[in-house]
Write a protein that binds this ligand. Structure first.
Ligand code: GDP
Ligand code: MN
Length: 386
């Protein structure tokens, strides 16, 4: 689960990581006049699950109340595309209003999991701020990495080494060491896969403040974090939520070819095949190993909810379920759901011959393919024609 900035900062506060004073969080539909702001200037920040807001107009400073209200109103009706949204525009549903800090310098500090060494790693740089990705590419030597033992946390000598590496001034040296230790503790105790502060700021008054937060938790640990249930689900679209309720594994994508596949591996391979054939999938959809009529019907309904879908490619391997049962399922499902786009089906596996015969005899307008490659090419062609 990804947390938005203000949720991450609430956790920072619980772990003794200093953040700016918060005036409030405004949701779409809330009136800005309800805000209690007692000092200006203040900063208004779009609460979306993507970085790069600063460069995309999602961080604005207001000098007085009128400006703050106007900026809140404008930001809440904004669609934002940042360099991290992959060309997509996301709605700004919430804004955070905070005290403005006078910045002396910006650093970067994060803890994430290092798969190679199979333990957490602290990543830091003196040169934080808005272009950390560029820095990692162009000046990798400016980035410090430090492996952490998850049992003992960050050790004192490591914390001091880090503070030196970040050029911590004497006024903030001790704060820096305890902040780093706290961030590691937070990372471990909250079962995070990422806990990032960018920028970690030294203010003009020589205070260390986390000006932004990015926390991603590991969903596999949800069983020991009942508190996660109270967080709003922001990551998923309406269709994705409905699919989850129907027990179908669905992730929306940007293309126009709807996919119905059994098994996550085959679903991934199908997306690649469509791409290779020159098209783009509208979704990832795994109906599961025992694709029943009910599951197939639900899957068609879900795929067709996406108005971008111009063709549907079914790529199913009959293993646990035989191809003839799947074919019967497809025929029955298409009598329940009106499929108004071309349907391309590729079946393979046990009893494939019988399966294909059932589809051919059904009288439905189904294009059958003998391989995933053939199915993908037909789907790309037909999706393009509409
Ligand atoms: P991101 O671009 O999505 O990572 O958003 P950030 O929260 O990191 O903000 C981007 C930039 O806005 C920061 O690097 C700061 O330079 C600036 N910024 C954010 N909050 C403040 C603030 O309180 N005071 C000042 N002066 N600048 C701020
Ligand atoms: Mn940031």
């Amino acid at each position: 689960m990804k947390l938005v900035e203000y949720e991450g900062k609430e956790i920072f506060s619980r772990y003794g990581i200093p953040v700016s004073r918060r005036f409030g969080v405004l949701k779409k539909g809330d009136s800005p006049s309800s805000l209690k702001i007692d000092s200006f200037p203040c900063v208004i920040k779009a609460q979306v699950l993507a970085g790069g807001r600063g460069k995309a107009g999602g961080v604005k400073i207001a000098r007085d109340r009128a400006e703050a209200e106007l900026l809140c109103k404008n930001m809440l009706s904004m669609k934002m595309a940042t360099h991290q949204t992959g060309g997509r525009e996301i709605n700004v549903e919430e804004v955070l209003i905070e005290e403005v800090l006078e910045i002396e310098r910006e650093m970067y500090l994060a803890v994430t999991m290092d798969r190679k060494s199979a333990r957490p790693v602290l990543i830091a740089s003196k040169e934080g701020g808005m272009s950390i990705e560029e820095l990692a590419r162009e000046k990798p030597q400016a980035i410090v990495k430090m492996g952490v033992d998850p049992e003992s946390g960050l050790l004192d000598f490591q914390a001091r080494e880090l503070a030196y590496a970040l050029g911590a001034e004497k006024e903030i040296f001790c704060d820096m060491t305890s902040l780093a230790k706290n961030l590691v503790r937070l990372f471990i105790e909250t079962d995070a896969s990422l806990a990032e502060i960018n920028p970690l700021v030294v203010s003009k008054s020589k205070k260390l403040v986390a000006l932004d937060s990015k926390i991603v938790t590991d969903d596999n640990a949800s069983f020991r974090h009942k508190e996660w249930e109270s967080y709003p689900q922001r990551e998923f679209s309406q269709i994705e939520k409905e699919a989850a309720e129907a027990g179908v594994n669905y992730i929306g994508l940007d293309g126009n070819i709807g996919c119905m596949v059994n098994g996550a591996g085959l679903a991934m391979a199908t997306l690649d095949t469509i791409k290779l054939a020159g098209g783009n999938a509208a979704n990832f959809l795994d109906v599961g190993g025992g694709a029943s009529v009910e599951q197939i019907t639900k899957a068609f309904r879900i795929i067709l909810k996406d108005p971008k879908v111009k063709a549907i490619m079914v790529n199913i391997f009959g293993g646990i379920m035989k191809c003839d049962s799947i074919a019967a399922g497809i025929v029955e499902a298409s009598s329940k759901v009106s499929i108004n786009v071309p349907l391309i089906v590729r079946l393979e596996g046990t009893r494939v011959k019988e399966g294909k015969e059932i589809l051919a005899a059904s009288g439905l307008k189904i294009r059958q393919a003998n391989s995933a490659w053939e199915a993908a090419r037909i789907a790309v062609e037909l999706a393009g024609k509409i």
